[in-house]
Design a protein around this ligand. Structure first.
Ligand SMILES: CC(=O)[C@@H](O)[C@H](O)COP(=O)(O)O
Length: 256
């Protein structure tokens, strides 16, 4: 289990709800993932237009905690406005801060992200910033008081997996709040690696929504994340430069 603010979670898979081909496949993937936290872009939800189709109509909301994100924001002020829209609609007091600084790479703007977190914390939100895998920024955001950090594995939607395991490892070692690896996960093995490195959880979307069989991929991700966590807890052996026989004969009497 891990804790974000006042909330405790068992599932270490957070599922994004974008880009599914239809609501039924999305619902099947959500169920197969056994995710407890679902993220969604406030701008995509028809929260103030009840006549329009909406993911929230299809799922039993009492089974999930919703994590609205501020996708679309390019400044701290825009992120705060979007977060307040989500809060006003009664969805959740948690917010994933996403302030994009580059349209080409979709990488986050570190300065605007920091400012947005500062403002949202002052307003009493439970704040989870999406960041690049910057070790110093991660530390400064924690000092500010954020409730989790969400370093990217690689660019959003790229499926490239963890590009810089070294940075991620240092962020995890220095973390005082949960680390949720967010964006860029492609294969189940990428998700497993995040947990093996010691991350608390993984947020992913494209790898499932873009799979040939999203429901099956959601299940694969769930199992990979469980395996990665189990392996990390079990204690992974250190890599060695040279071979070491699996059946050493030293110290044993040889029977002819
Ligand atoms: C920051 C962001 O937008 C990601 O959370 C995205 O929702 C998921 O990234 P992938 O689609 O790469 O899994």
């Amino acid at each position: 289990m891990y804790q974000i603010g006042p909330y405790t979670f068992t599932s270490r898979l957070l599922l994004g709800t974008g880009k599914f081909s239809d609501f039924d496949i999305q619902k099947g993937a959500i169920e197969a993932s056994e995710a407890e936290i679902l993220t969604f872009a406030v701008r995509r939800m028809n929260i103030f237009e009840p006549s329009q189709p909406n993911l929230l109509d299809k799922i039993n909301l009492s089974n999930y905690r919703l994590l609205p994100n501020t996708a679309g924001a390019k400044t701290a002020e825009e992120a705060v406005r979007i977060a307040n829209l989500a809060k006003a609609s009664g969805l959740c007091d948690m917010v994933k801060v996403e302030v994009i600084g580059c349209d080409d790479t979709l990488l986050p703007d570190p300065l605007e992200t920091y400012r947005a977190c500062e403002m949202l914390l002052a307003e009493g939100f439970i704040v989870l910033p999406y960041t690049s895998d910057d070790v110093v920024l991660a530390r400064k955001l924690q000092e500010l008081g954020v409730h989790a950090i969400m370093p990217g594995a690689s660019p959003i939607g790229s499926g490239q997996g963890i590009l810089n395991p070294y940075n991620l490892q240092v962020i995890i070692e220095q973390a005082t709040v949960p680390v949720i690896v967010d964006a860029g996960i492609g294969a189940p093995s990428d998700a497993a690696l995040a947990l093996e490195l010691g991350a608390d959880a993984v947020l992913l979307n494209s790898a499932v929504s873009g799979a040939k069989n999203p429901v099956q991929m959601a299940e694969a991700m769930k199992l990979a994340i469980r395996a990665g966590r189990l392996g990390s807890e079990a204690g992974i052996i250190e890599k060695k430069e040279r071979a070491q026989a699996s059946s050493p004969s030293q110290g044993m009497s040889i029977v002819d």
